[in-house]
Write a protein of this length. Structure first.
Lengths: 363, 618
């Protein structure tokens, strides 16, 4: 890439945005700014509900929710200034990003995350991805799925996993545990949306498992952090299984309190079948809390196929929790260090540098 | 000829590869290299290389692989032979380099250390190798320009793996078995799996004439360094007075055969009644080889008929003073060997049975190396395609531009003359495909045509497979840049498609299953470069006639005039009966239709269960 190049980021949200994709885009754009290749990075978000500041070298325009107004803004921005690289932060925006890249003869990077990229997309999105110079995928699974429907050289699809914020570190979670009234209990935690249309996170599987764990002799309690319209179903399930007193719905936990929450529990559990990566596993592990998930989709990456966390089949899930609760307390610092070595900020920046090295080679 | 493999965990998130996996992949290729086995691991354990050895040059243990350079910075695992190794060694020794072995493998280390990736331009031979560059912390892969030696890679996004065989990569248990629709469709279109695809999405062939670099940034795009079309296009621009073909052919073939005799073990010959292998025998004798054992396959069913190759081959042996070994094969043996044949077949193929038996015979004779006449037809216009393709383009090409004519005629004939449609399924394709070289070639070599695929497999696989494979684009790329003449275009297409994906792959798996190195002096890039200026003036029959007079004692005229038999009979007949047992249907009566039925039998015997359901052969 020529020094002094300009990047246009077409993203659903980044700075001032909420959720995992906004966080990923912020991480990516911040790392790009750190690489120092670009003189200017212009970010066009659809949403930015929260106040924000952008790092040096990054300028974010006003959010435009409407599709038409967003497209006009993107084309206008591209028309008014040079664009060398277009970064598309979500598959559903790829046709617009591909159009802009084509008009400006710019290189195109498309970011893919999770389930949005697993099924065969509509032809305009597929064609846009096939035209990309580079497709970034958060996990091997997502990469495999993209290469399953996109006719493109496999070398152009690279894995750039999520990274954990620096403020997640091992710490003393006893205060939080006291606040929750769970001293002396064995505490499990899941952080994630409760979406009735995407019931893949697996909170229901954990609730199902509680009676068995109790029967195995564990005084187990289960914390569910997050919000969503599936909560009532899960509450009903807990009642039906007669474990409502052991299942605690915490609602949306503020970002600043999440670290203490991770540190306060014995085990992070998320038997999800639909993770593009599973950032919450990583946040738990860099906080020093062991994690257990299913050997399905992107979760295998963050659990490093069982080398970082426990990565098991659904059939073994309950027994594995049982074994984990019986095992000696893990060395939290070692776990956090190992997780950061693979998915920390340094590794993420190296991944971004690798991506731009590769981008330079594409014709 | 050996088996090579490796694992490189290039991504910082990747787990350190397991030693067991490297060994499992390596030892799945034990037939490729029964003389030795080795592994090497980088100090950080992130890269491992494996090797199974078939010792041909420098039989001592000092030539074992993976071979590490004296300074420990380079490590190579290599499959193949570098025929110009003596010249390269002279060059390197003149530059002050000291060899510690007499193996061609060591030259790769020195050449890479001195010239970097550009060293591939200096190599003459058949090769696939990987060099770990410790200073640059990366892996360099290369494959010969014709694609004689295979090299398959798999990248899951974290870890890069490679091996000489698809099945070996799968044996490591860490490579996805998700099917690749392009490979499945490709097999049905061509009777082989066209590179770079395989039947598995995650496994790709490093294309012939390409190199690839893999480092912490991951696998970089493979880079071409030599193509057949380029050589032919360059050759077409060179002066070539008429009548020179036989002269340059004599010199070039002699040079190639001499180079291919480089070995520390006995080099035998596959001998048929055709021109190519007969000429090789004569040139072997001219090159000074005293003891020559030639192997001919004879079929019991043909004994005493004109199709029996043994008598003619015997006369050639007598002429050139070679020891003739005739190995008889019958249907019982064919049926008995069939499970082993399918087991050895790395990717499904509708051919290779003859090569299986002649390799088996060579092994029984105690040979480790044999020359084969493969490649003569591609190089010198020995196939009907040299006549057919230009003719079809001339007569039928213009009709393809009439909108809907081809499809309508096909449907009409299907309704009015179903018998014709079934017996000559490709004839109607003339009105749809013959306007381009790639289309005409697809008709010539096609097993099924694209419109026939939906009745053989899921509609989704057909659609996706055709979209991903882009068969006409693949064929067009084999004549890019344009070689400027009909004969050169046919040479390029036959060499880069049928020969590369079918004949050379079959030669590899069938030979390797018997721990036999099959060398192909007529598939030699230097030979191609030497005669490229003459190829544009080739007319049907002239090339083979010129080849026949290459030996100082020319091949008898009856060899030149003998019609080509190919695999058609009796193996074709055996295939037909086996296929009919697997899939009861009306017995086909032409060679092309036998291949169609046989392809289904191959797939039903070969393909994994999941794949069988999708291609409807279960």
């Amino acid at each position: 890439m020529i020094a002094g190049a300009t990047m246009l980021a077409i993203v659903p949200d980044a700075y001032g945005g909420r959720g995992g994709i906004a966080q990923y885009n912020r991480d990516f754009l911040g790392a790009v700014a750190d690489v120092g290749t670009f003189s200017s990075i212009i970010v066009l978000p659809r949403n930015a509900p929260d106040p924000y500041t952008t790092p040096k070298g990054i300028r974010q325009t006003a959010a435009r929710r409407g599709r038409v107004s967003y497209a006009i803004a993107a084309l206008l921005t591209a028309f008014l200034q040079p664009v060398d690289v277009v970064f598309c932060g979500h598959l559903f925006m790829s046709p617009l990003a591909a159009l802009v890249a084509r008009l400006k003869r710019a290189k195109l990077i498309v970011q893919t995350h999770g389930i949005e990229a697993w099924a065969h997309p509509k032809p305009p999105r597929r064609v846009a991805v096939e035209s990309a110079d580079l497709v970034l995928c958060v996990s091997r699974y997502t990469r495999g799925a993209v290469l399953g429907w996109a006719a493109m050289p496999p070398e152009r699809a690279i894995v750039l996993p999520n990274t954990a914020r620096a403020d997640f570190t091992p710490g003393d979670g006893s205060k939080m545990r006291v606040a929750l009234g769970l001293e002396g209990k064995r505490v499990l935690l899941t952080v994630g949306r409760m979406n009735s249309r995407q019931q893949y996170k697996g909170q229901d599987r954990v609730i199902d498992a509680i009676p068995s764990l109790v029967a195995m002799g564990h005084d187990v309690h289960y914390l569910i952090a997050g919000e969503g319209d599936d909560r009532s179903r899960l509450e009903a399930l807990a009642a039906q299984k007669r474990v409502a007193n052991r299942v605690h719905f915490l609602g949306l936990v503020p970002s600043g309190e999440l670290k203490d929450l991770y540190c306060s529990v014995d085990l992070y559990v998320m038997p999800s079948t639909g993770e593009g990566f599973g950032i919450a596993f990583l946040e738990a592990m860099v906080s020093g809390t062991p994690a257990i998930g299913l050997d399905v989709a992107g979760a295998k990456d963050v659990l490093a196929d069982g080398e970082l966390g426990m990565c098991v089949s659904e059939a073994d899930f309950v027994n594995e929790i049982h074994r984990a609760l019986l095992a000696p307390k893990p060395d939290r610092d070692s776990l956090a260090t190992a997780a950061r070595a693979r998915f920390g900020r340094e590794a993420f920046q190296a991944g971004v540098r690798a991506a731009f090295n590769r981008l330079q080679e594409t014709s | 000829m050996c088996g090579i493999n490796g694992i490189f965990a290039f991504h910082p998130a990747a787990n350190t590869p397991a030693h067991d996996e490297l060994v499992a992949t390596r030892d799945a290729m034990s037939a490729r290299g029964p003389d030795g086995a080795g592994t090497w691991w980088s100090s950080d354990q992130r890269c491992g290389l494996g090797h199974r050895r078939l010792a041909i040059i420098d039989l001592s243990d000092r030539a074992a692989q993976p071979m590490v350079s004296d300074d420990g910075q380079l490590v190579v695992t290599f499959n193949g032979e570098i025929y110009n190794f003596p010249e390269l060694r002279d060059i390197l020794e003149n530059e002050g380099i000291r060899f510690r072995t007499t193996s061609d493998t060591e030259s790769l280390l020195h050449l890479y250390a001195r010239y970097g990736p550009a060293m591939v331009h200096m190599l003459r031979g058949m090769f696939a190798f990987a060099i770990w560059d410790n200073l640059r912390r990366g892996l360099f892969l290369a494959r010969d320009p014709y694609g004689i030696k295979p090299l398959y890679t798999a990248n899951d996004g974290w870890t890069f793996r490679f091996a000489s065989q698809v099945k070996a990569l799968l044996a490591g248990q860490h490579v996805s078995r998700d099917p690749e629709p392009a490979g499945i469709v490709g097999f049905h279109l061509f009777g082989n799996v066209p590179e770079p695809f395989t039947l598995y999405r995650e496994i790709r062939a490093l294309p012939a004439g390409y190199t690839q670099w893999i480092d912490a940034d991951g696998p970089h795009d493979p880079k071409p360094y030599a193509t057949i079309a380029e050589v032919l296009a360059r050759g077409a621009n060179e002066e070539n007075p008429a009548g020179e073909l036989s002269d340059c052919l004599r010199e070039a073939v002699m040079d190639s055969v001499r180079a291919h005799l480089l070995a520390d073990v006995e080099v035998g010959l596959f001998l048929s009644a055709g021109v190519d292998s007969g000429v090789l025998l004569g040139v072997m004798r001219d090159a000074g080889q005293r003891q020559i054992r030639a192997i001919t396959i004879a079929y019991e069913e043909f004994r005493g008929t004109s199709q029996d190759e043994a008598p003619l081959a015997a006369r050639v042996c007598e002429q050139y003073g070679a020891q003739h070994i005739v190995r008889h094969v019958n249907e019982r043996e064919f049926r008995r060997d069939l499970p082993a044949i399918f087991d050895a077949m790395d990717q499904p193929s509708i051919d290779g049975v003859n090569t299986w038996f002649v390799s088996k015979a060579a092994k029984e004779a105690g040979l480790k190396v044999a020359l084969s006449g493969l490649g003569g037809d591609e190089l010198l216009g020995g196939y009907p395609s040299l006549m057919d393709l230009p003719r079809w383009r001339f007569w039928f090409g213009p009709l393809t531009h009439v909108p809907g004519l081809g499809a309508c005629t096909r449907m009409l004939m299907g309704a009015l003359a179903p018998e014709f449609s079934q017996r000559r399924p490709k004839a109607l394709g003339l009105l749809e495909y013959s306007d381009t070289w790639s289309g005409a070639y697809l008709l010539r070599r096609g097993l099924f045509l694209p419109h026939e695929l939906p009745r053989l497999m899921d509609a989704e696989i057909t659609r996706e497979g055709l979209r991903r494979l882009k068969p006409l684009d693949i064929l067009t790329s084999s004549i890019t840049p344009d070689p400027h003449s009909d004969s050169a275009r046919v040479c390029a297409m036959e060499s880069a498609n049928y020969m590369r994906n079918q004949l050379l792959r079959d030669t590899d798996w069938a030979g390797m299953a018997h721990s036999l190195e099959i060398r192909v002096p007529l598939v030699d890039f230097k030979l191609l470069e030497a005669i490229a200026p003459s190829i544009s003036s080739l007319v049907p029959g002239r090339g083979k006639a010129a080849l026949a007079i290459v030996p100082s004692s020319p091949l008898p005229a009856e060899h030149v005039s003998r019609a080509k038999t190919g695999f058609s009979v009796p193996t074709g007949e055996w295939m037909r009966t086996v296929a009919a047992t697997a899939q009861p249907m009306r017995p086909p009566d032409s060679k092309g239709l036998v291949s169609r039925v046989w392809s289904r039998a191959v797939l039903s015997s070969w393909a994994p269960e999941k794949l069988q359901r999708q291609v409807q052969v279960a």
